[in-house]
Design a protein around this ligand. Structure first.
Ligand code: URP
Ligand code: ZN
Ligand code: ZN
Length: 467
C-alpha cells in the first residue's frame, strides 16, 4: 500500500526537538515519522535535504477587510491568505467585531462566510464584544461562541471613538465569563484616557505629524494597561493573553505574572522586533503608524530576550493592510491615519532570519513561537502546531540558505508599500502543505482559494499550561 506523500531527508523541527526523519502523509494527516526505509512507498516524494521542515505556521492575529478611520482594508480573505501560505502560514485567526445593538453571532457569521468562500488556509475568528449594556446577554453569547468552537475574545482597552472600548467593569465581566465557560481573553492593552488626553494636547499645540503618535502613546500607556489587565484577570481567576506587546515594561510585567505561576500569555509582532520609532519622524512617517506604536532599540532587544526566555509565547503578525493612498489621504493629522502593518507573509521568515539565523532563538523555540504555542493557547493542539502521527499534515519546508530582498512587488500582501523595502532575509519557505495538499511550490501559489476550512477550537488546560 502506498501513502500519498513522503517528505524525505529534511531536518524535522517540532517544539520537542530536531530530528532527521521522513514524514509520511495519508488522507490529509501525518501517518508516520521515521526512517525512510521503514515507511511505506509513496505516490509522491519531496526531497528535503538541506531543508528545515516545520509544522505550518499559525498566525493568531490577522485583520482582513478591516474597517478603520473611514477606510476598509483592501486585504480580502483570498489575497490575505494566499500571502499567508506564501510565507509559511497554514492557519490564521481573524476578528469578528460585534456591532453595538446587534449580536456578536451576526458578526461571526459574516466573517466566517467570507472566509469559507475565499480562504486559502485554515481559519477561525476571535469574537470582539463591544456592547456591554446587558451583561447577562453578553455572557450567554460568550457561552454560545465557546460551545460552537470559538473560545477566544479580543477586547480593547482603548479605541473608544471606534466604539470598540471595554471599560474595566466590562473587561472584568468578560474575564469572569471566560473563566466560567472555558474561554480566553486577548487584550489590546493601552490606557484610553491617557491616549485621548495626550492626543488632544498634541492637536491643541498643532503637533499633527506622525511622530506625535508615539508622543501621545509613551511606553507607560501600554505598561499601565497591561498591569491592569493582568490584575483584573488575576482577580477573576481567569487566563489572560496580552496582544501585540511592544515595550520592555510589558515584557517584564507579563514575565513577573508568569513567574508567580499565573496563566498569563503574550504575543509580540515582527514590526516590534525589527523597526523603531525614529521611522515616524521621516516625511513618510505616517506609513509607520500602528498601535501600540513602534518603540526604541532597548524595547526591541528586551522583546527578543522575552521570546527566548519564555516571557513572550507567540509571534503574531497583527496583519492590517492599508494602501499608500489610504494612509496618505489621512496623513495631515496623525490621529486620523488608519493603523497597522502588512505582516502575514513576512512573519515566519522574519522570525527565522532575525531569530534563528542571528542566533537569538533555537530552532525548537522558533517553532513554538510561530506555530506550536498559538495552537496550544487557542485550542487547536495537537491537531495543528506539531508534526506527529494523527495531526493535520500542515507542513512547511524552509530553505535556510535562500536569500531574499524584500519589496512589495515580490510579496503577495495587498499593500503597494512595504515597511521592509530592501530588507535582506536569509531563509524562506519553499513549500507549504495544507492538510496533505501542496499549496505553495517554490515561488508559486498552486492551491485554490476557498479550500481553507474552519477549525473548531477548544482550549485544553493540559496543553495551554505547557506554554
Ligand atoms: O495598529 C494596529 N494594531 N491595527 C490593527 C488593530 C489592532 O489594534 O490590533
Ligand atoms: Zn489590537
Ligand atoms: Zn490587531
Amino acid at each position: 500500500m502506498k501513502v500519498d506523500l513522503i517528505i524525505d531527508g529534511g531536518t524535522v523541527v517540532t517544539a520537542a526537538g530536531v530530528m532527521k526523519v521522513a514524514i509520511a502523509v495519508e488522507a490529509g494527516k501525518i501517518s508516520a515519522l521515521g526512517s525512510r526505509s521503514v515507511l511505506p512507498k509513496a505516490e509522491k516524494v519531496i526531497q528535503a535535504e538541506g531543508k528545515i521542515v516545520i509544522p505550518g505556521g499559525i498566525d493568531p492575529h490577522v485583520h482582513y477587510e478591516l474597517y478603520q478611520k473611514g477606510e476598509t482594508s483592501p486585504e480580502t480573505w483570498d489575497k490575505g491568505t494566499i500571502a499567508a501560505a506564501m510565507g509559511g502560514t497554514t492557519m490564521v485567526i481573524d476578528f469578528a467585531t460585534q456591532q453595538k445593538g446587534k449580536p456578536l453571532t451576526e458578526a461571526v457569521k459574516q466573517k466566517l462566510s467570507r472566509a469559507a468562500e475565499l480562504s486559502a488556509v485554515d481559519y477561525s475568528v476571535h469574537g470582539t464584544l463591544t456592547d456591554f449594556t446587558d451583561l447577562d446577554k453578553m455572557r450567554a453569547e460568550m457561552k454560545e461562541m465557546i460551545d460552537r468552537g470559538i473560545p477566544s475574545f479580543k477586547e480593547y482597552m482603548c479605541y473608544r471613538e471606534e466604539g470598540w472600548y471595554a471599560d474595566d467593569w466590562a473587561l472584568l465581566a468578560v474575564f469572569k465569563a471566560a473563566q466560567e465557560y472555558g474561554g480566553l481573553v486577548k487584550v489590546h492593552a493601552e490606557n484610553v484616557s491617557l491616549i485621548e488626553n495626550w492626543q488632544q494636547e498634541c492637536l491643541r499645540k498643532g503637533w499633527v505629524e506622525a511622530k506625535y503618535h508615539g508622543v501621545a502613546k509613551p511606553n507607560f500607556v501600554e505598561a499601565e494597561a497591561i498591569q491592569r489587565a493582568l490584575s483584573l484577570a488575576e482577580f477573576a481567576g481567569s487566563k489572560v493573553y496580552i496582544a501585540h506587546v511592544s515595550t520592555r515594561e510589558g515584557v517584564e510585567l507579563v514575565g513577573n505574572t508568569r513567574g508567580k505561576g499565573l496563566p498569563a500569555y503574550a504575543e509580540t509582532c515582527p514590526h516590534y522586533l525589527t523597526l523603531t520609532e525614529d521611522l515616524l519622524e521621516a516625511p513618510d512617517g505616517f506609513y509607520y503608524i500602528c498601535s501600540p506604536p513602534l518603540r526604541k532599540r532597548e524595547d526591541v532587544e528586551e522583546l527578543w530576550r522575552g521570546l527566548a526566555d519564555g516571557r513572550i509565547s507567540v509571534v503574531s503578525s497583527d496583519h492590517a493592510v492599508f494602501t499608500s493612498e489610504q494612509k496618505s489621504k489621512h496623513s495631515a493629522v496623525f490621529t486620523e491615519v488608519p493603523n497597522g502593518f502588512p505582516g502575514v507573509e513576512i512573519r515566519v521568515p522574519i522570525v527565522y532570519s532575525e531569530g534563528v539565523e542571528k542566533r537569538r532563538l533555537s530552532l525548537s523555540r522558533f517553532v513554538e513561537l510561530v506555530s506550536a504555542n498559538a495552537a496550544k493557547v487557542y485550542g487547536v493542539y495537537p491537531r495543528k502546531g506539531v508534526l506527529a502521527p494523527g495531526s493535520d499534515a500542515d507542513i512547511v519546508i524552509i530553505d535556510p540558505k535562500k536569500e531574499k530582498t524584500l519589496d512589495c512587488d515580490s510579496l503577495h500582501m495587498g499593500a503597494d508599500w512595504s515597511a521592509y523595502e530592501g530588507w535582506k532575509v536569509t531563509g524562506w519557505p519553499t513549500t507549504t502543505i495544507l492538510r496533505g495538499k501542496i499549496i505553495v511550490d517554490g515561488e508559486d501559489y498552486v492551491g485554490t482559494p476557498g479550500e481553507g476550512e474552519f477549525v473548531e477550537r477548544k482550549i485544553e488546560d493540559a496543553f495551554i499550561k505547557t506554554v
